[in-house]
Design a protein around this ligand. Structure first.
Ligand SMILES: [Zn+2]
Ligand SMILES: [Zn+2]
Length: 369
């Protein structure tokens, strides 16, 4: 009998996933079969599971295997795969991370070198699982990486727990900070101290931030932000109104306002106060809101009169993932990266893991198949 692997199959929005077995595929030339060692529950997985991020409307049918944030080891190499995307020799058993989407390479965005903006790339996070090679999502024993995906070896001094969020959360904030033009000596206010906010804090410090201000309302998250280098914390339980909060950011930045504000909360109602936190000519980085149909009230005059801009960023460049790995390798003793993943579950308990994270009982969890 052919060898099989398990996968958590997602059939309907908001409904429990079902564990099914599929035959383990042989990789085609150029493809890689990865044995999953950690796969995390990212905010966007929760949005998909609840149905408020409905990628099926864009042409990605169910049933499917969800999940995209992961690390694993090479189980099988397709013909012709000799190296990773940085030219390092690749062999069975090597630990790897991959870019979980594949830009088309020939649309207008890809041609101008902004392949994160490729319109087909986001569809990779929902792939039907009934047809071979089945293992498209990462909530499974295996992950099938078709030809021409970006994949990198994990540096030896970086653990699986540290690296599992690299191909989504960490790369996302690195690319976002680049896109918004964040640079040495600038100030930044970060709305939300979940996984993205924590990484943004550490990366901004590493990029030479003059001051990093983190805004959240949960004690443990604020403490973690501090451990990752935050200079100032704003606790929304203490500073209760949006006006008091943007005045506080202004006070903490010498009366000016932040050069960059990053939205990493995921709810649109925080955007107006974030824009108010910016100084003249400031840039607002919008990453958190990935739910269709959710809106906020805007006063465009505030952008015009103060020369402020909003930069929306989805996905990231291949280079950002390589930089994420290099950053983890270089800063591993500086920040407690192993504390970002709060809890781990076996694949059989994936529904409990989703429910707990959905209710906010756990900030960031990982599945260890
Ligand atoms: Zn494209
Ligand atoms: Zn993600």
């Amino acid at each position: 009998m052919a060898e099989t692997g398990r996968a958590a199959v997602y059939k309907e929005f908001g409904q429990p996933m079902e564990i099914k077995e599929y035959p383990v595929p042989e990789p085609e030339p150029g493809a890689i079969l990865i044995k999953v060692s950690r796969t995390n529950i990212c905010g966007s997985d929760l949005h998909q599971w609840r149905g408020d991020l409905n990628l099926t409307a864009l042409g990605a049918p169910l049933p499917a295997i969800l999940g995209h944030e992961m690390t694993g080891t090479v189980a099988k190499l397709g013909e012709g795969v000799l190296t990773d995307s940085a030219g390092q020799p690749l062999a069975v058993g090597d630990r790897v991370v991959h870019r979980y989407f594949r830009p088309c390479g020939h649309c207008r965005a890809c041609l101008r070198g902004e392949d994160a903006a490729c319109p087909i790339a986001p569809l990779a996070v929902v792939s039907p699982c009934e047809e071979p090679p089945h293992f498209h999502g990462t909530y499974a024993d295996y992950h099938y990486l078709p030809p021409n995906y970006t994949v990198f070896k994990v540096p030896d001094n970086v653990t699986d727990d540290m690296v599992a969020p690299a191909n989504c959360a960490l790369s996302q904030v690195i690319y976002g900070l680049e896109r918004v033009g964040f640079s040495f000596g600038e100030t930044i206010a970060i709305q939300g101290a979940g996984g993205l906010g924590i990484y943004a804090t550490a990366v901004a410090k590493d990029m030479g931030a003059e001051k990093v201000i983190v805004i959240d309302g949960i004690e443990e998250r604020l403490e973690l932000a501090k451990a990752f280098g935050a200079d100032e914390l704003i606790d929304i339980r203490e500073i209760k109104t949006p006006t008091e909060r943007w005045l506080k950011v202004r006070e903490l930045t010498g009366g000016w306002g932040a050069d960059v504000v990053a939205e990493l909360v995921g709810f649109p109602h925080v955007i107006p106060e974030g824009i108010d936190m910016l100084g003249y000519g400031g840039r607002y980085l919008e990453i958190g809101n990935v739910s269709f149909g959710m809106t906020y009230e805007a006063e465009p005059c505030k952008l015009v009169m103060d020369n402020k801009s909003i930069v929306g960023v989805m996905l990231y460049s291949a280079a950002a993932l390589k930089k994420a790995l290099d950053f983890l390798s270089r800063a591993k003793d500086k920040y407690p990266f192993d504390k970002i993943l709060a809890r781990s579950y076996p694949l059989e308990e994936i529904n409990e893991a989703f429910e707990n994270q959905d209710k906010g009982l756990v900030t960031r969890s990982t599945i260890v198949p």
